[in-house]
Design a protein around this ligand. Structure first.
Ligand code: IMP
Ligand code: MG
Length: 176
């Protein structure tokens, strides 16, 4: 058994910050039409569920899955693996993402949503690896800004492992 990842953000800290974000979102979406919350698969799932359970605002939920690399494409090129099912035209969209790293994924998704005629798009990201950014994306709601290191848990994976860790951690070999 490999050692457990070291704790970077504990489950208690996650729970508290998620509750704060939910309260902020409730304030901002009060008296508006129910937002369409779009989770980016698969990493955002744990965050999305915890966040939306904490919110009192009525919401709709859909999912989008991107993939950031395919043989024959340039690094940084993003393609849609699974599309949303609910029409986006005229909708207020709250994109829910696990982590913003280089920003290529979000830039592509934000452009797509605008192209599909969304009325408004806000981005809620649990983690911001600000130092790794290559293209700018506005993060409207951010859980934590973290150092530029590879993290796992609470939805985030390393080769599909560690997603169900209840905290955000980093692997020993990646120790800075
Ligand atoms: P970006 O397009 O470089 O911003 O990458 C975004 C995606 O890469 C995220 O949605 C994650 O799926 C994945 N990713 C980036 N950094 C990490 C990390 O530290 N751990 C796990 N997945 C990551
Ligand atoms: Mg992701």
């Amino acid at each position: 058994m490999p050692p457990s990842p070291r704790v970077l953000v504990s489950s208690e800290a996650l729970e508290q910050r998620v509750a704060e974000l939910a309260a902020e979102l409730d304030r901002d979406y009060r008296d508006r039409e129910p937002p369409l919350c779009i989770g980016l698969l698969k990493g955002s799932v744990f965050f999305l569920v915890d966040l939306l359970k904490r919110m009192e605002t009525e919401v709709e939920i859909d999912f989008l899955q991107t993939s950031s690399y395919r043989a024959g494409t340039a690094p940084g090129e993003v393609w849609i693996r699974k599309d949303v099912e609910i029409p986006l035209r005229g909708r207020d969209i709250l994109l829910i993402e696990d982590i913003v790293d280089t920003g290529h994924t979000l830039r592509t998704v934000l452009d797509l949503l605008a192209h599909r005629g969304a009325r408004q798009v806000k981005l809620c990201a649990l983690l911001d690896k600000a130092a790794a950014r290559e293209v700018q994306v506005p993060i409207d709601y951010c859980g934590f800004t973290i150092e530029n290191r590879f993290v796992v848990g609470y939805g985030l994976d390393h080769d599909e492992r560690y997603r169900n860790l209840p905290y955000i951690g980093f692997l020993e070999e990646d120790e800075a």
